[in-house]
Design a protein around this ligand. Structure first.
Ligand SMILES: NC(=O)C1=CN([C@@H]2O[C@H](COP(=O)(O)OP(=O)(O)OC[C@H]3O[C@@H](n4cnc5c(N)ncnc54)[C@H](O)[C@@H]3O)[C@@H](O)[C@H]2O)C=CC1
Ligand SMILES: O=C(CO)COP(=O)(O)O
Length: 289
C-alpha cells in the first residue's frame, strides 16, 4: 500500500493468490519478502529459478531465525543471491496501525548504502518516515530478538505485575538483546534505535502484537498449543526463542530472560516460577564496565 501510494507498480504474490511467482517477478526492480521465517528458504529457492535483472534489490521484512543454521532471513537471501543487494526493513511497525494510516517510522539497512536509499524513497511518505542504517545485522536482530522479550512482557501484564516490573523487564531485555547482538557482530547503538528499543516499546506494550498475546494468554493459564491455534498470524518469538537458546548455549552467552521464556514455552515451568527464577538470580552490578 505504501509503495503503491507513492506511484509504484506493485504486484503481490502469496500461496493463496491467483498469480504465479514467475509472472509476479517479471521485470521487477525490488522484491520485498514478508514470508514468515518457516517459509523463507523455500520461497527464496523458488525465486532463484526465475530470471531477474542483476540490479534487482531484495528487501526482507521477516523477523526470525532459521532453526537449522541460526541464520537471519537476510543471510539466507544473500547466500542464495550473492550478487544482489539485500536490504533489511524493520521497525516498530504494527501492521494494523500502518493500514489505518497512523504515523510510523522504520529503518532500512544494507551493506550497500545506495540500495537502502532506493528503498527509503520507495516507502517514505508523510505517514511513514524511513531512516537508513549501515548495520543490517543489528537492525534485523533488533526486530527478531525483541519478539522473545515481547512474550515475557505479555506474561508480565497477564500476571498484573505492574509498571515497575514491566520497565525492569524491558530494560534488562534490551541489555540481553545487546549482549546477544554484540556476540553476533552487530553494533550496540543499533539496538538503541527504532529497530531495537523502538520495536521493543511497540510490541511489549500492544495487544496488537502476536508475541505479546502469546505471553498474555500463557499467563492466563492457556496452553501454548491452544494459544497458537487461536492466534491470527505468526508469533515468530516462539521459534526464535528455541533457536536463541541453542545458540546461547553453544556460544556461552548469558540470556536469563530468554531462558525463562524458553522453559515456559516448553511447559517446564509456570509463569509464576519464571518470575521467581528471574527475581532470585544472584545479585550483581547492572553493567560490567
Ligand atoms: N519488518 C517489520 O517491521 C515487520 C515484520 N513482521 C514480520 O513479517 C513476517 C510476516 O508477518 P505477518 O505478515 O504478520 O505474518 P502472517 O502469518 O500474517 O503472514 C505470513 C505469511 O507467510 C506465508 N508463508 C509461510 N510459509 C510459506 C511458504 N513456504 N511459502 C509461501 N508462503 C509462506 C503464510 O502463508 C502467510 O501468508 C514475520 O516474520 C513477522 O515477524 C511483522 C510486522 C512488522
Ligand atoms: O514486529 C511487529 C511490529 O513491529 C509485529 O509484532 P508481532 O509479530 O508480535 O505481532
Amino acid at each position: 500500500n505504501l509503495a503503491a501510494a507513492n506511484g509504484h507498480q506493485v504486484r503481490v504474490w502469496s500461496r493463496q493468490g491467483s498469480q504465479t511467482l514467475q509472472v509476479v517477478l517479471k521485470d521487477v526492480q525490488i522484491v520485498l519478502s514478508a514470508i514468515s521465517m518457516i517459509g523463507v528458504r523455500d520461497v527464496a529457492s523458488q525465486v532463484e529459478s526465475f530470471p531477474l535483472s542483476p540490479e534487482t534489490i531484495f528487501v526482507t521484512a521477516t523477523k526470525g531465525l532459521d532453526p537449522q543454521t541460526t541464520c537471519t532471513p537476510s543471510q539466507i537471501w544473500q547466500t542464495i543471491f550473492p550478487n544482489h543487494a539485500v536490504v533489511v526493513l524493520s521497525g516498530p511497525n504494527l501492521s494494523k496501525e500502518i493500514q489505518m494510516e497512523l504515523p510510523a517510522a522504520t529503518v532500512v539497512a544494507s551493506n550497500i548504502p545506495t540500495a537502502a536509499e532506493v528503498v527509503q524513497l520507495i516507502f517514505s511518505s508523510h505517514r511513514f518516515r524511513v531512516y537508513t542504517n549501515p548495520d543490517p545485522l543489528g537492525v534485523e536482530l533488533g526486530g527478531t530478538l525483541k519478539n522473545v522479550i515481547a512474550i515475557a512482557a505479555g506474561v508480565c501484564d497477564g500476571l498484573q505485575l505492574g509498571t515497575n516490573a514491566k520497565a525492569a523487564l524491558v530494560t534488562r531485555g534490551l541489555t540481553e538483546m545487546v549482549r546477544i547482538g554484540n556476540n553476533w557482530g552487530a553494533k550496540t547503538e543499533t539496538f538503541y534505535g527504532l529497530s531495537g528499543l523502538g520495536d521493543l516499546l511497540a510490541t511489549c506494550n500492544s495487544p496488537l502484537s502476536r508475541n505479546y498475546q502469546v505471553g498474555y494468554q500463557l499467563a492466563g493459564g492457556k496452553s501454548l498449543t491452544e494459544t497458537l491455534t487461536n492466534l491470527q498470524g505468526t508469533a515468530e518469538g516462539v521459534n526464535t526463542c528455541r533457536v536463541l537458546m541453542q545458540r546461547a548455549k553453544q556460544q556461552n552467552i548469558a540470556v536469563p530472560i530468554t531462558e525463562q521464556v524458553y522453559r515456559l514455552l516448553q511447559g517446564e515451568i509456570t509463569p509464576g516460577q519464571a518470575l521467581d527464577e528471574l527475581m532470585l538470580r544472584d545479585i550483581k552490578p547492572e553493567y560490567n564496565y
